[in-house]
Design a protein around this ligand. Structure first.
Ligand code: PEP
Length: 251
């Protein structure tokens, strides 16, 4: 059975002290609560080790938002997958549209990052999604399929089974414009069909496909009620317990 997941992406927000306060606040709010999904928070690199120490990681998984495409060495300013794993974080968000657009992350670079993440025991939360012009030109299915193919489809079935996908239409990220539940379901079903063709029904059925793009307490329930939407990757609304908790509880 595939997992239901609600994952926060804090992006470049929160000082270490603010991040710890948020993580501890969420941990406290979830304590003793029966929730129907896995909860993950994606923090800046420098928060990882402290956040892992401060919370119950059985209750909340911790994710980095990136890792290097090289194992180690003279790559000033980079953070490797093994360094991320050494903090106790278990996940890494890869391929976010902001990394692709602002930091030139190509499908080839992302392929290396995925390989290193897996080699170091991290679960990649791999983001895919089209920009507005691509949707308007009716190319969104082709774009998403090409992104999957270019960065993930050389993985063995065994390795692919460890990936979590996040469909994030770029036009819906941080814009307040959400894909309609029907648009989300349509794309998620397409992704699952694509996975069936490549890896077979069992692996496709077990792959969690999250939706991301302006998810909030008001729209989460309807989005998550779709059969192929297995949760959410949440940016802005993950920055406060009051906003994030209702999304977790939407399952
Ligand atoms: C994201 O950063 O992955 C995201 C979906 O952001 P937001 O929820 O703010 O649109």
């Amino acid at each position: 059975m595939r997992k239901k997941i609600v994952a926060g992406n804090w992006k470049m927000n929160k000082s270490l002290q603010e991040g710890l306060e948020l993580a501890k606040g969420l941990d406290k709010a979830l304590k003793g609560k029966a929730v129907n999904c896995d909860v993950i928070i994606g923090t800046p690199f420098i928060h990882l080790a402290s956040v892992v120490e401060a919370i119950d990681t059985n209750r909340i998984g911790v994710a980095a938002q990136n890792c290097a495409d090289k194992e180690s060495g003279a790559y000033t300013g980079e953070v490797s997958a093994s360094m991320v794993a050494s903090t106790g974080a278990k996940y890494v968000i890869l391929g976010h549209s902001e990394r692709r657009a602002y930091y030139g992350e190509t499908p080839e670079i992302l392929k290396e990052k995925v390989k290193l993440a897996l080699a170091n025991g991290l679960t990649p939360i791999f983001c895919i999604g089209e920009v507005l012009e691509e949707r308007e030109a009716n190319k969104h299915f082709d774009v998403v399929k090409a992104q999957l193919k270019a960065s993930l489809f050389e993985l063995s079935a065994e390795d692919f089974a460890k990936i979590v996908l996040a469909y994030e239409p770029v036009w819906a990220i941080g814009t307040g414009k959400t894909a309609t539940p029907a648009q989300a379901q349509e794309m998620h079903a397409f992704i699952r069909e694509t996975l069936i063709a490549k890896y077979g029904k069992e692996i496709a059925d077990d792959t969690s496909i999250l939706y991301g793009g302006s998810v909030n307490a008001g729209n989460a329930k309807e989005l998550f009620s779709n059969v192929d939407v297995d949760g959410g990757l949440i940016g802005g609304a993950s920055l406060g317990v009051d906003k994030f908790l209702p999304i977790v509880e939407a399952f």
